[in-house]
Design a protein around this ligand. Structure first.
Ligand SMILES: Cc1cc2nc3c(=O)[nH]c(=O)nc-3n(C[C@H](O)[C@H](O)[C@H](O)COP(=O)(O)OP(=O)(O)OC[C@H]3O[C@@H](n4cnc5c(N)ncnc54)[C@H](O)[C@@H]3O)c2cc1C
Length: 449
């Protein structure tokens, strides 16, 4: 296959067995070998590659940092993995209009570092922000700890340049703050998981970086009480910037991992207010009062920037800490309406017991996005089957509660067998869209639909 791509520098065309293996997986248990890895450095190269893929009917799988939790960048039909991490230039920071234009391989934390000097920031903040790319975030509509106040990636995409499946390039979006012009094409591409085209340029709306923060963690001896406290904080209009939850299994794992002297509670909330004056402290106090009203057993407020860092670190360590327990983590991201949060929490406990699977839960309680994490060993077939049955029941429960299969990780391979349960009659429309934009079916085949 190498000879097809003679126009690229040799060192950016990878075919050795170890390179092929390296690009065969993401952060899930899914694995599949690509035929070749191409590392373009420009839109023009992407266009040439896509034209050849189209002519030769080769699957093409766009890839950022490969941190996906849904199997999205795993090349299940072989073909080309298009590694976009060398396209990592920030092209323009338009301070007057609060916009930044960049290539898809820019890393989330790197972007925010660059925006710091302008007092701006791009808020979605996925837990993988140190390594994941903005292209991957747009493709998955990623978000994270701040989504409860600031929304998800889709709320910030103002323009896209996309290479379509036959090599045509479209530019969509505008620099204007709002637009009622035509169909919302950006909305179709954000969250398309590499199945509709390759993003080669992204324009993001960015916002003023808050200057004041007030943070606390609040422990509850009953999960139900924590769930009710979350509902109260949200409905009181306190607009927390962060409202996270960790259950007792996660807390124990983090305690062993970091040794922070965590109390033995059933649920811990991380609550943060942010803004531009000391109103933030008042809002935090009010949030804490609401928690106490629901039976909070312990409250610890951060008294300095360092203490705030420690509270954040503990929450961000949830996944790596749990990863030390079992060789395989199946991390789900079912999301339910806030009013259904206590019910979903109860269901997770019930489902784990019923199938004999250990499930640790943490997540973004403030927007109903939970990460029930099934701890298994994929080499043990029986254990894996039990986990898969439990997972299916979790999905059904979330849909029953009028929630969604994925709040942020996407469908990819992990949930494609279930997507019809959520979208029902709209599935035909989605298949139709895919056919229009990718008639040969070469763009990341076998994902989502
Ligand atoms: C420890 C850890 C913590 C995480 N925490 C969070 C979290 O808090 N919130 C969250 O939302 N996610 C989280 N994730 C999941 C993951 O990091 C995000 O989905 C991330 O945005 C993926 O970015 P990436 O660069 O790694 O993309 P990849 O994994 O490489 O790709 C993801 C998808 O995007 C497509 N894609 C990539 N680049 C392009 C492009 N230029 N054009 C078109 N399609 C493209 C791929 O085909 C694939 O389908 C976490 C993952 C890990 C491992």
């Amino acid at each position: 296959m190498r000879e097809l791509f003679g126009f690229m520098d040799e060192e950016r065309v990878l075919t050795s067995p170890e390179e092929i293996l390296t690009y065969s997986y993401d952060a899930t248990r899914h694995r599949s070998l690509p035929g070749i890895i191409l590392r373009p450095v420009s839109k023009e190269e992407v266009v040439d590659i896509v034209k050849i893929a189209s002519r030769e009917a080769l699957p093409i799988v766009p890839r950022g940092a490969g941190t996906s939790l849904s199997g999205g960048p795993v090349p299940i039909k072989g073909g080309i993995v298009l590694d976009l991490t060398l396209m990592d230039r920030i092209k323009e920071v338009d301070v007057e209009n609060s916009l930044v234009t960049l290539e898809p391989g820019v890393i989330y934390d790197g972007l925010n570092k660059a925006l710091e000097e302008y007092g701006l920031f791009f808020p979605p903040d996925p837990g993988s922000g140190k390594v994941c790319t903005v292209g991957g975030m747009v493709a998955n509509n990623s978000s994270g700890l701040r989504a409860v106040k600031y929304g998800t990636t889709k709320d910030y995409v103002s323009g896209l340049e996309v290479v379509l499946s036959m090599g045509e390039v479209i530019k969509i979006g505008t620099k204007a703050r709002k637009s009622s012009s035509g169909y919302d094409l950006i909305g179709i591409f954000v969250g398309s998981e590499g199945t509709l085209g390759v993003f080669t340029e992204i324009t993001l709306r960015v916002i003023q970086r808050p200057t004041d923060f007030a943070t606390a963690r609040v422990g509850f001896t009953r999960m139900e009480d924590a769930g009710r406290a979350v509902r109260k904080i949200i409905s009181a209009g306190l607009r927390p910037a962060v409202l996270e939850i960790m259950d007792t299994h996660t807390l124990r794992a983090v305690e062993r991992y970091m040794g922070q002297g965590f109390p033995e509670v059933e649920a811990l909330l991380l609550l943060e207010m942010d803004g531009f004056d000391d109103g933030v402290k008042k809002r935090l106090k009010k949030g804490i009062r609401l928690c106490r009203g629901e039976g909070a057993a312990l409250v610890e407020e951060a008294k300095s920037g360092e203490e705030r860092e420690i509270l954040w670190k503990a929450r961000k360590a949830s996944l790596p800490a749990l990863a030390r327990y079992k060789p395989t983590l199946i991390l789900e991201d079912v999301t339910v309406p806030i009013s259904a949060l206590p019910k979903m929490m109860r269901a997770i406990g019930r489902i784990g017991k019923k199938h004999g699977v250990e499930i640790a839960t943490f997540g973004h309680a403030g927007d109903g996005n939970l990460h029930p994490t099934l701890l298994v060993d994929r080499r043990n077939k029986e254990e894996l089957q039990k986990a898969e049955r439990a997972m299916e029941e979790l999905f059904l429960e979330a849909i029953e509660l009028r929630g969604t299969l994925s709040g942020e990780h996407g469908i990819g391979l992990e949930k494609k067998d279930f997507i019809g349960l959520e979208h029902r009659d709209a599935m035909e429309l989605m298949r139709g869209l895919k056919k229009v934009l990718d008639p040969e079916g070469i763009m990341n085949p076998g994902k989502i639909l």
